[in-house]
Write a protein that binds this ligand. Structure first.
Ligand code: SDX
Length: 432
C-alpha cells in the first residue's frame, strides 16, 4: 500500500466529522480510504457501476483516460504492440518485468506443453448443439477444467496457482479453436508444438486433416498483436468479476469461467461482434447519418457499438493501433477498399464532428476496428468475443494472482441502498 498522505480528508455530516486517510498512487488520482467509514459513521457510500470507486490496489495495468494512455507494467501499449509479442507480454503481466532471453526460453515451452486438452473433453464439446454460440461452449469448458485438474485447484498453494495459470493460458486457444471447429462441423485440430502461440491458434482454427495448412505470417503477426491489445485493462467488468469470484476462494478455473461469462455482454467484450454487425447493417456510407441520429435518440436503445468507454475520454490507444493494423492487414491480404472498413472510417469521421459525441467524449474503443481484421482473417462474428476472452485470460489471471497474494484482501461483499418494503408480518392468503 502506498503511504498515507499527510492530510486526511475530513467528512462532515450531521454532528460527525470523520477523518479519511488519503493515499497517493504512483499514477492517477488520490484515493480516499473509506474502509472504516461504516464502523465510524454508520453510513455507506453509494456508487453503482463503481464510477468513482477503486476496488483494489494493483500494480499491473494503468489507464490515463484523458491522455488516451494504456500501460502494461509501465510499458505503453503502442510500444508493446509494435516491438513485443504476446507470450512476452504474458510474462510481463504475470511476473512484472520483461523477460530476459533465458527467462523467455524457459517460459514459452511451459505454455506450449500445456496446450492439449484431456481427450475426455471431446465428449464435453459434443454435448452442445452445433449452433451453440462459441462463448457458451468456452464458458462451460473452462469451468469444467477444474474437474480434470484437481492437482491445481488449491488457491492457497503458490505452485498450484502457477500451474493452473499456465494451463489456462495454454489451453484457451485450443478451447476457442475447438469451439469454432465444432460449430462448423469440422474435426478438431490438435495443437502443434513447433508453432508460436498465435500461429498455433490459427492452425487449429483453419487447418483440416485433408491437406497441409501453412499459417500466413502476416496474419499470425496481426493475430498476435490483437492478443496483446486485449491482454489486460485495469478493473473492467470481467476482471472485477474474476477478482470477486476469487475473493471467495473459488478455484482458478471457476474464476476465469466467471470472467468469460461477464465478458460476453454486448456492453463489454461482446461489443466487437455487435460492432461488426452494426457496420454491416449500415452497409453503405450514405446510411451513416440515419444511424448517428438513432444513436443520439434517447427513445431508441440503439448505440454505436464500439464507441464510448467508461475510462477513455480521449481516444482508446488500442483502437488507434487496431485501425493501423486493419489498414495494413487488409492491404497485405489484397482486400483493398473493404466496404466495411470504409463505413467504419467514415462513421468515425462523422461521429467525431458531431457535438453529441464530442460533448460526451465518445471515441472508438478497442472493439470498433478489431472485427474488421478478424473478419478479413476469416473468422465469423461469433468468434470475435472468444478471441477477446482468449487474449484477456492472461490479464484475468495476473489480476487474480495479485488479489490472492494481497494480504489485505477480503471476500468482496458490497452493501446496498435499500428501498424495499419495511418489516411486515406474513399475511394468510385468505386475508390478501
Ligand atoms: C470494452 O471497462 C473496460 O475497460 C472495457 C474494455 C476492456 O478492455 O475490458 O475496454 C472493453 O468493454 C470496451 C467497451 C465496449 N462496449 C461498447 O462499445 C458498447 C457501446 N458503448 C456503450 O455501451 C458505453 O459507451 C460503455 C458501456 C462502453 C460505457 O458506458 P458508461 O461509461 O456507463 O457511459 P454511459 O452509458 O453513462 O454514457 C454516457 C453518455 C450517455 O448519454 P447521456 O445519458 O449522458 O445523454 O454517453 C452516451 C450515453 O447514452 N453513450 C452513447 C454511447 N456510449 C455512451 N451514445 C451512443 N452510442 C454509444 N456507444
Amino acid at each position: 500500500m502506498v503511504a498515507d498522505s499527510k492530510n486526511p480528508a475530513k467528512l462532515t455530516f450531521g454532528d460527525q466529522e470523520i477523518d479519511l486517510p488519503v493515499y497517493s498512487p504512483v499514477l492517477g488520482p488520490d484515493v480516499l480510504d473509506i474502509r472504516k467509514l461504516y464502523a465510524q459513521g454508520d453510513v455507506f457510500t453509494f456508487d453503482p457501476g463503481f464510477t468513482s470507486t477503486a476496488s483494489c490496489e494493483s500494480a499491473i495495468t494503468f489507464i490515463d483516460g484523458d491522455k488516451g494512455e494504456l500501460l502494461y507494467r509501465g510499458y505503453p501499449i503502442d510500444q508493446l504492440a509494435e516491438n513485443s509479442h504476446f507470450i512476452e507480454v504474458c510474462y510481463l503481466l504475470l511476473y512484472g518485468e520483461l523477460p530476459t532471453p533465458a527467462q523467455l526460453d524457459e517460459f514459452e515451452p511451459r505454455v506450449t506443453r500445456h496446450t492439449m486438452l484431456h481427450e475426455q473433453m471431446h465428449n464435453f464439446f459434443s454435448g452442445f448443439r452445433r449452433d451453440a454460440h462459441p462463448m457458451a461452449i468456452i464458458t462451460g469448458v473452462m469451468g469444467a477444467l477444474s474437474s480434470f485438474y484437481h492437482d491445481s485447484t488449491d488457491v492457497n498453494d503458490p505452485w498450484q496457482r502457477e500451474v493452473a495459470s499456465i494451463r489456462m493460458i495454454a489451453k484457451m486457444p485450443t478451447i476457442a479453436a475447438w469451439a469454432y471447429k465444432y460449430s462448423i462441423g469440422q474435426p478438431f485440430v490438435y495443437p502443434r508444438n513447433e508453432l508460436d502461440y498465435a500461429s498455433n491458434f490459427l492452425h487449429m482454427c483453419f487447418a483440416v486433416p485433408a491437406e497441409e495448412y501453412n499459417v500466413d505470417p502476416i496474419v499470425a503477426r496481426a493475430m498476435d498483436r490483437i492478443f496483446t491489445l486485449h491482454a489486460d485493462h485495469e478493473q473492467n467488468a470481467s476482471t472485477s468479476t474474476v477478482r470477486l469470484a476469487g475473493s471467495s476462494g473459488a478455484n482458478p478455473f471457476a474464476c476465469i469461467a466467471a470472467g468469460i461469462a461477464c465478458l460476453w455482454g454486448p456492453a463489454h467484450g461482446g461489443a466487437n461482434e455487435a460492432a461488426l454487425n452494426m457496420l454491416r447493417e449500415i452497409g453503405t456510407v450514405d446510411r451513416i447519418p440515419e444511424f448517428i441520429e438513432r444513436a443520439k435518440d434517447k427513445n431508441d436503445p440503439f448505440r454505436l457499438m464500439g464507441f464510448g468507454h467508461r475510462v477513455y475520454k480521449n481516444f482508446d490507444p488500442r483502437a488507434k493501433v487496431m485501425k493501423e493494423s486493419a489498414d495494413e492487414v487488409l492491404g497485405l491480404l489484397g482486400i483493398e477498399n473493404n466496404p466495411t472498413l470504409q463505413v467504419a472510417i467514415e462513421l468515425e469521421r462523422i461521429a467525431l464532428t458531431d457535438p453529441y459525441f464530442i460533448d460526451r467524449k465518445l471515441y472508438p474503443n478497442v472493439d470498433f476496428y478489431s472485427g474488421i481484421i478478424l473478419d478479413a482473417i476469416g473468422f465469423p462474428t461469433s468468434m470475435f468475443t472468444p478471441i477477446f476472452a482468449l487474449a484477456r485470460t492472461v490479464g484475468w489471471i495476473a489480476q487474480w494472482k495479485e488479489m490472492i497474494a494481497d494480504p489485505t484482501q477480503k471476500i468482496g461483499r458490497p452493501r446496498q441502498l435499500y428501498t424495499g418494503a419495511k418489516h411486515r408480518d406474513y399475511l394468510d392468503i385468505e386475508n390478501r
